[in-house]
Write a protein that binds this ligand. Structure first.
Ligand SMILES: NC(=O)c1ccc[n+]([C@@H]2O[C@H](COP(=O)([O-])OP(=O)(O)OC[C@H]3O[C@@H](n4cnc5c(N)ncnc54)[C@H](OP(=O)(O)O)[C@@H]3O)[C@@H](O)[C@H]2O)c1
Length: 260
């Protein structure tokens, strides 16, 4: 019963680990002795974040654009050359697009779907054998997909492809959990509420107070909130949990709406 949340000596890849929620998860892993690979398109930012986190443990930057199959294949082969096993894959990289309904463009649909949904499926497919390698019935490997409360509730913003993509992430999580359970891989999703990041920067700047007051816990999410749930989902403590979507949203989804 001791060390139920211990993740030391595991090996993880966090996509979109250069900033925002991915960087929070990577920091939590590194500080808990997980050897952590991070990837993102902008090599300088990815390298900088890995250098910063390397002060606390092992963090390796491998930049790639996950909407480009060749770059994805290259990332997968570099990790397979370096590691026999991968214990944790965090599919966090994501994109959003905002435009009024009547003007919403095709590229705003495709970019979001390719980044948020297609990359999760193919990265999981390409890594399945090294996820499977070290996995056991008692200590399965983990895929953690980052969805969103916008994939469960209805967002206020004009972001049509984004909530559709996140609902797809949640359902893909259940489908993969079913398919991969007998290969000793657990697949779960985290549905974050508001967290400080590039994606949320302008929204939080403009509506920060309103957003905070609409969250029952009265604040936006902190790095510890998202890292803690990711560590739980990577540890022995959650070995019997697969196919779930865990909101980490300060109660946003259960907030009482005023009738005004
Ligand atoms: N922040 C929130 O409040 C919130 C709420 C719910 C869900 N989420 C979800 O949390 C995840 C992280 O978002 P965030 O808020 O932290 O946003 P962010 O600050 O914009 O970070 C996105 C990350 O993904 C990377 N990325 C984007 N496109 C990529 C691509 N094609 N290939 C590889 N990496 C790519 C970015 O780096 P590059 O630009 O260098 O590629 C960056 O590292 C997303 O899935 C988002 O939908 C966030």
């Amino acid at each position: 019963m001791k060390n139920l949340f211990d993740v030391s000596n595991k090996i993880a890849l966090v996509t979109g680990g250069s900033r925002g929620i991915g960087a929070m998860i990577a920091e939590g892993f590194v500080k808990n002795k997980v050897k952590t690979y991070i990837t993102s398109r902008k090599a300088d930012q990815c390298n900088k974040k890995a250098d910063e986190l390397s002060e606390f443990g092992q963090c390796i930057s491998l930049p790639a654009d996950l909407t480009e199959m060749k770059q994805m294949d290259n990332l997968v082969s570099i990790i397979k050359e370096r590691e026999k096993n991968l214990n944790i894959l965090v599919n966090n990289a994501g994109a959003a697009w905002g435009a009024p309904f009547d003007e919403f463009p095709e590229n705003g649909w495709d970019k979001v779907m390719d980044t948020n949904v297609k990359s999760i499926f193919f990265l999981s497919q390409k890594f399945v054998n090294i996820l499977e390698n070290s996995a056991t019935n008692e200590d399965p490997s983990r895929i953690i997909n980052i969805g969103s409360i916008d994939g469960i509730g209805i967002p206020r913003a004009d972001t049509y492809s984004y909530p559709a993509s996140k609902a797809a992430v949640h359902h893909l999580t259940r489908v993969l959990a079913n398919r991969l359970a007998n290969r000793n891989i657990n697949v779960n999703a985290i549905a974050p509420g508001p967290f400080q990041s590039n994606m949320m920067a302008s929204t939080l700047k403009e509506y920060g107070d309103q957003i905070k007051s609409s969250v029952p816990r009265g604040r936006i999410g902190s790095p510890e909130d998202i890292a803690g749930t990711s560590i739980f989902l990577s540890s022995r403590a959650s070995a019997y949990i697969t196919g779930t979507i865990i909101p980490v949203d300060g109660g946003s989804l259960v907030a009482r709406r005023n009738m005004d």
